[in-house]
Design a protein. Structure first.
Length: 124
């Protein structure tokens, strides 16, 4: 496990490194960890791989570092860019914005820092 506090994608459990981690997984589990600073676009459809990814999109923002901006392009099924998001953290405020996202997108802040505030711009 590399340095940092990593979040298990499916359970939300956190693991802090650097260290070795030993786990047992079966058919219904995965060792899928999300690193700090990740902005993960989470689609609204789970029964097929090709759909309008930006429609009903939820952005999961994992443990953003202070004084950083992460850009997150979301592809369209034809390979072009459907929307672009910027996630910026300044102090305790995390701002998610997009000049071109369709209506209905949301953002979720995943962090153990209880004083962080999430603000979204560009929603209708």
């Amino acid at each position: 496990m590399p340095a940092g506090t990593w979040t298990h994608l499916l359970t939300g459990r956190t693991v802090t490194g650097p260290r070795w981690v030993e786990e047992t997984h079966g058919f219904h589990s995965l060792p899928l960890l999300v690193r700090p600073g990740t902005v993960l676009p989470w689609g609204a459809v789970d029964d097929r791989p090709s759909y309008d990814y930006a429609s009903g999109l939820a952005l999961r923002v994992y443990r953003p570092a202070d004084a950083t901006t992460v850009r997150c392009p979301v592809p369209a099924p034809d390979g072009t860019t459907a929307a672009t998001f910027a996630v910026t953290r300044i102090g305790t405020e995390v701002t998610v914005s997009s000049p071109d996202a369709p209506a209905g997108w949301t953002a979720e802040l995943i962090s153990d820092e209880t004083d962080l505030r999430l603000r979204t711009l560009g929603t209708e």
